[in-house]
Ligand binder design. Structure first.
Ligand code: ADP
Ligand code: MG
Length: 850
């Protein structure tokens, strides 16, 4: 039990006019009315927890009056701070403050977040709402469209305003911004007493939920699993007013009536509460919306502080007296404050056991009929539990089925991975490596078949999982059944839901209803203790390893191909060099006949010169010498012509040139014979003439002056024969040279042709290789890409799988605990039934007088 903390605050006087009769004097925690000359007026002296004079700041008020309540709210105690007083006495100033001196709300918000920051072992979720009660109607200040809201009460949530928007907040600035936006929607009005008079009661509410961060499985579940939910109300009441003073009429008058009525009800409630527990009787909370909403703060489970603001002016003395009386009565109210904890399964089980125990006690000594009824009820309960268990078992079956489906999907995916590896391993340009890769592929397939790995695209995705929020919301089954309750905004990243609750709470579910009602998550099943999931992260690791190996092989192959390609390019260059050399050689060889032709031309010129010189010595054209010369000239010219033809043919056409060689030789032979016969006939028919005589010294090279004509002829013959032999020799050598050159040419040509063919083949090979390399590189890049994607997918699936396993574990733990509780409950019921039967059997004979 805890008394309400009450303080009085006197605002600075509006005018500096001195008081004529009385004034309010503040001393420590006491306020009393004094006469101007200093004598106190008896019976008008009040003591409170705190009395703040006009110089007191909001900071001090917060520090002394509200801070403790705020801190207690962080620890799970409900808290309420409200300002009460006549209009213009400084309620709004105290709650909202000014720019230089922020009020209680501002300081409380800042303080709460600062305090949370310091608590490292708990997680918090804070929701805020802001409402006003205007003309006995509740309006949402965060959402103007939410008007005339209704008050509801439930076991789970207590008294709450249905449809009120609650914003999840994560920092003080966010809250203050929200308050500012709410302030705009608040009802103010001008009266004689306050140009900006609050015409409504406003309630700024913060719901602070928290949970210990680490749940020690060995520790005390009751304490560690509990979720603390504290509701903090910061209330700025509209001021009570005397219609005559405020000069209100019309709308203001209506407002004033409502304000006064609700404040009157508040006063009544305070009066009743201050009467003491025994005399209390009925407390009229329901008479006004204000008292209904503040019910937990007034005599309920809340730490409450009231600041009563006073206007010091003498003119307001009556109102001030009323406020002080209200404050005095409020001081007597005691609340029953306790931490609000929501219990988990373990705690509920304990509570159930206690209830059964209580029931058992009640049953002792009661009538047999009642006993029968109780037994019936217990049986019904038992049946209900049985049904529940069956339902869970069915869900389990469903989950197992879906597990099997997932297995199948994963196997399909594995096969896809293997297929992706195929184009690489079946590379046709490296047939030697095929065997090893085939075996590897095979082993991969076997691995895939062996393992029941579960990972599949869409089918495997965890349905509707939201990101784990920083904080959490306690999921209570009633919430989901209330469509008019302020929905949590979906856009909020830290929206907590059943999933989060499950995660945070490590599988402890508040009740089975909530589990079935969760819409976003379809819990399909969980494995039984003997049916552990076949898939493990080890398999995934192996698979990843295998894929890595495949990738390595593919990379090595690509490198090998690239190396081969480089070698081919080098070889190609070398061949090109060689070919160009041979081409130069061939060019030179082709020029040989031309050069030979030129030499023949040159020889022909010399020959013609020699012949013309000889002819110049021969005077008689009819002489035998002249005939010989002309015959020689004819033979020579024919010979040279033949040679010229021969060389020009050689230059024009290599193939025909080689074939004509024998023809030329034949021709030469004929010419040679012809020359011989001419010389012979010439020698035989030769008779010494005058010219011969004249010629003799000129023509005959013989030095002997006394030689005869026969001797001279012999000499001539010899000389001519020598000359012919020289020509013949020269011709032979030329012929040989020509033969040799021809052979060389043929060989060169053959080599050139073969090289040309080889070059073409190599070129084709190179092009083919080039094409293959680029093709395989493209394939490789594709496969690498696909593999990367598959690996990524695989990793995601592994993570998902882990999460799912974790959840399944949690769920099975919850199920096991539920099963245990059901079994123990069943046992209890059975034993109780038996006991009751036994008692019944004993009591019946007794009553029959046996
Ligand atoms: P209420 O909400 O009780 O009707 P207000 O808070 O609006 O009254 O106060 C009326 C006027 O008095 C405002 O202008 C306010 O700034 C001023 N006032 C009230 N209390 C104080 C104070 N403690 N110090 C300075 N000014 C104050
Ligand atoms: Mg006000």
């Amino acid at each position: 039990m805890e008394k309400i903390c009450v303080a009085v605050r006197v605002r600075p006087p509006v005018s500096s006019e001195p008081s004529n009769g009385t004034y309010w004097k503040v001393e420590d925690n006491r306020i009393s009315l004094h006469k101007v000359h200093g004598t106190p007026i008896s019976a008008l002296s009040y003591a409170f927890d705190h009395v703040f004079d006009e110089s007191c700041t909001n900071a001090r008020v917060y520090e002394l009056l509200t801070k403790d309540i705020i801190h207690a709210a962080v620890e799970g105690f409900n808290g309420t701070a409200f300002a009460y007083g006549q209009t213009s006495s400084g309620k709004t100033f105290t709650m909202n403050g000014s720019e230089t001196d922020p009020g209680i709300i501002h300081r409380a918000v800042k303080d709460i977040f600062a305090k949370i920051q310091m608590i490292s072992d708990r997680e918090f979720l804070i929701r805020v709402s802001y409402m006003e009660i205007y003309n006995e109607e509740i309006n949402d200040l965060f959402a103007v469209e939410n008007q005339k809201l209704q008050i509801h009460e439930s076991l789970e949530r207590g008294i709450f305003v249905a449809g009120l928007r609650e914003e999840i907040v994560s920092n003080a600035e966010q809250v203050l911004e929200l308050i500012d936006s709410g302030e705009v929607n608040r009802h103010f009005g001008e009266t004689n007493m306050n140009v900006r008079s609050s015409r409504s009661h406003t309630i700024f509410r913060m719901v602070i939920e928290s949970k210990a961060k680490d749940t020690d499985s060995v520790g005390d579940h009751l304490s560690t699993d509990a979720i603390r939910v504290a509701v903090l109300n910061l209330v700025d009441l509209a001021g009570s007013e005397r219609i005559a003073k405020t000069g209100a009429g019309g709308v203001r008058l209506k407002e004033g009536k409502h304000i006064n009525k609700s404040l009157m009800v508040l006063g009544n409630v305070i009066n009743k509460l201050s009467d003491g527990a025994k005399q209390r009787g009925h407390i009229p909370y329901r008479d006004s919306k204000l008292t209904r909403i503040l019910q937990p703060a007034l005599g309920g489970n809340a730490k409450t502080s009231i600041i009563c603001t006073l206007a010091p002016e003498e003119v307001h003395i009556e109102e001030t007296k009323g406020t002080l009386q209200f404050a005095s009565r409020a001081k007597r109210i005691t609340n029953c404050v306790q931490v609000n904890e929501i219990l988990t399964d373990a705690a509920l089980l304990k509570r159930q056991k206690l209830e059964i125990e209580e029931l058992r006690k009640k049953l002792q000594g009661s009538h047999a009929e009642v006993l029968e009824q109780v037994i019936l009820k217990l049986r019904n309960d038992l049946l209900k539990y049985e049904l529940e268990r069956e339902k869970l078992q069915m869900e389990l079956e469903e989950e197992r089925k879906s597990h099997r489906e997932r297995d199948q999907c994963i196997q399909e995916q594995q096969m896809k991975i293997v297929d992706l590896s195929n184009p690489l391993t079946s590379s046709d340009f490296n047939p030697n490596s095929g065997q090893g890769q085939d075996s590897e592929r095979q082993s991969l397939k076997e691995e895939c078949n062996d393992s029941n790995i579960i990972c599949h695209g869409d089918a495997f995705r965890t349905p509707c999982f939201k990101a784990a929020p920083k904080a959490f919301v306690v999921k209570r089954s009633d919430y989901s059944m209330l469509p008019d309750y302020s929905p949590l905004p979906d856009t909020f990243s830290n929206v907590a839901d059943e999933d989060t609750w499950l995660k945070m709470n490590k599988g402890y579910i508040a009740d089975l209803d909530s589990l079935q009602l969760t819409p976003a998550r379809k819990v399909q099943s969980f494995p039984s203790s003997d049916a552990t999931p076949t898939y493990s992260s080890k398999n995934h690791k192996q698979e990843v390893q295998h894929l890595k190996r495949q990738l390595l092989i593919a990379t090595e192959e690509r490198n090998e191909l690239e190396r081969k390609h480089a070698e081919q390019i080098l070889l190609n260059h070398q061949l090109m060099d060689e070919i160009s050399k041979i081409q130069q050689e061939a060019k030179l060889t082709q020029e040989i006949p031309k050069r030979l032709g030129e030499s023949v031309e040159c020889c022909k010129d010399i020959y013609e010169d020699v012949l013309s010189i000889i002819q110049s010595f021969v005077s008689d054209e009819e002489s035998s010498t002249s005939k010989l010369v002309s015959s020689t000239s004819e033979i020579g010219i024919t010979l040279f012509k033949t040679l010229e033809t021969h060389f020009s043919m050689a230059m024009d056409d290599h193939s025909s040139f080689t074939g004509n060689n024998s023809l030329i030789q034949e021709q030469c032979k004929v010419l040679y014979e012809k020359l011989n016969s001419t010389i012979t006939s010439l020698v035989l028919s030769q008779t010494p003439t005058v010219e011969n005589e004249q010629l003799r010294p000129k023509r005959c090279s013989c030095e002997n002056k006394g030689c005869t004509q026969d001797e001279e002829t012999a000499c001539w013959e010899e000389e001519l024969s020598n000359e012919l032999n020289t020509i013949k020799e020269r011709y032979d050598s030329l012929e040989k040279e020509l033969d040799f050159n021809n052979q060389l040419l043929v060989v060169s040509k053959e080599r050139y042709d073969s090289l040309e063919t080889e070059f073409q083949l190599l070129k084709e090979d190179r092009d083919h290789l080039h094409q293959m390399v680029s093709e395989s590189s493209r394939k490789l890049a594709l496969v690498a890409d696909q593999k990367e994607n598959v690996l990524k997918d695989l990793n995601t699936e592994v993570q998902r799988r882990k999460n799912l396993e974790e959840e399944i574990k949690q769920f099975s733990a919850a199920f096991a605990s539920r099963q245990r509780s059901v079994v123990s409950f069943q046992n209890d019921v059975k034993s109780k039934c038996e006991k009751l039967r036994a008692q019944y059997l004993v009591s019946v004979p007794k009553s029959l007088g046996c």
